[in-house]
Design a protein around this ligand. Sequence first.
Ligand code: UGA
Length: 450
Amino acid sequence: MIGSGYVGTVVAACLAHIGHKVVGVESDSAKLASLARGKAPFFEQGLDELLRAGTEAGRLSFTSDLGRAVEESELTFICVGTPARPDGKPDMSAMEAVAAAVAPHLKRPHIFVNKSTVPVGAGRWLSSAVAEAAGNHRVAQLVRVVSNPEFLREGTAVSDFLHPDRVVLGADDAAALDEVVELYQPVLQQSFPGSDGRAQVPLVRADLMTAEMIKYAANVFLATKISFANEIARFCELVGADVQTVAAGVGLDQRIGPRFLGAGLGWGGSCFTKDLSAMIALAGEYGYQARLLEAAMGINADQRQLAVEKLLRRLKNLRGARVALLGLSYKPGTDDLRDSPGVDIAGRLIERGAFVTAYDPVVREVPGEERIRVMADAYSAAAGADAVVVATEWPQFLDLDWRRLRAVTAGDLLFDGRNCLDPAVVQEAGFVYEGVGRRAPLRLARDRAA
Ligand code: UGA
């Protein structure tokens, strides 16, 4: 397993859990030591337990010796990062480094299972890149590439791997593809120890490029669905409808489905923006303009500005205002701050002269953004605040004592950027509730009469 980021570590631990022998390659010595102790270098539910169990069972180990790991393995998974470059295209330097590092160790045919999200066509590119690095074009014949896009979500990655909606495998070499199908049998059959007897998992077999396209198409669809919900939320605000109920009513249509229709601050994280940018850049290479995807990106960016505008509308001036931010990670269940809407909004508020204090159940600091003061709990973050912004829908926030919170704030505005709170509860506590596309709760004549 080359790469011990989110994907590589989860896949290594899960493959060991379903019975395979896995060696993870990591060059960073601190990370290596942590992994060897059964501790992931990031927070992911259920992962440390699997790491420890795999290590204790002798099925999982970590090394910095890439050459030996590849030589002693039947298959090599590539799980390295492909972050977006300034032009939107994925940065392939980590993939190039892998090609150069494995080249001297290929003595016989070897299967490379690529889980990194790479531009369509990069699977084919890998064979040539390895041969190029080996200085021998015949080495390309030894490289069998299988694309195995990952659909793991941070926070539920272990369960997403073990109980996926589908497994997608793509190759131009049927024998290599069959070998990876074998590797996945315990997941496909849901027959690994501890599996709870779920139905078999569908397998999608494809050619290399089609599998690579499936990954992008899935992510850009989900992102577009979120932007669609956010656009409907704008309509709801204009006409006075409630987006939560609209989403529920629309999502019950089985052709649409209820998930990823959550309006709010939009998506963050390391994947959606990167993959949309890559698709838009790819379209540009062919002279095609991906207008739907461009619109989805634009709407997502606007949702962050919407938060600032909502605060401005009520506070009139942000200079010197105190804002308490609840939630820093880009979504619940993770400590990942990459492209976090909450951190972005905090930056915009600070630029306008506001002071931002924050609380997050797992994030203790925001590296590179010392202006956000991270407090030990929600009540200390809210002390003296003119407005409270909920930026991440951590379940813990639902149980906050809103009266206690209101007692410590200076102002009464509560902006629920994730539409996750019950407006009636926070209004009862004395806050003025503001959501995204939500209709003010109907505490009108009927309730007052009661
Ligand atoms: C996403 C995909 O869901 C995974 O299938 C994929 O494997 C992964 O990207 C990847 O390519 O690596 P992830 O970024 O971990 O996974 O998180 P999601 O649960 O998809 O959430 C992404 C963002 O969308 C979060 O900021 C979340 O708050 C936001 N979101 C999600 C909404 O704003 N509304 C929704 O209804 C759902």
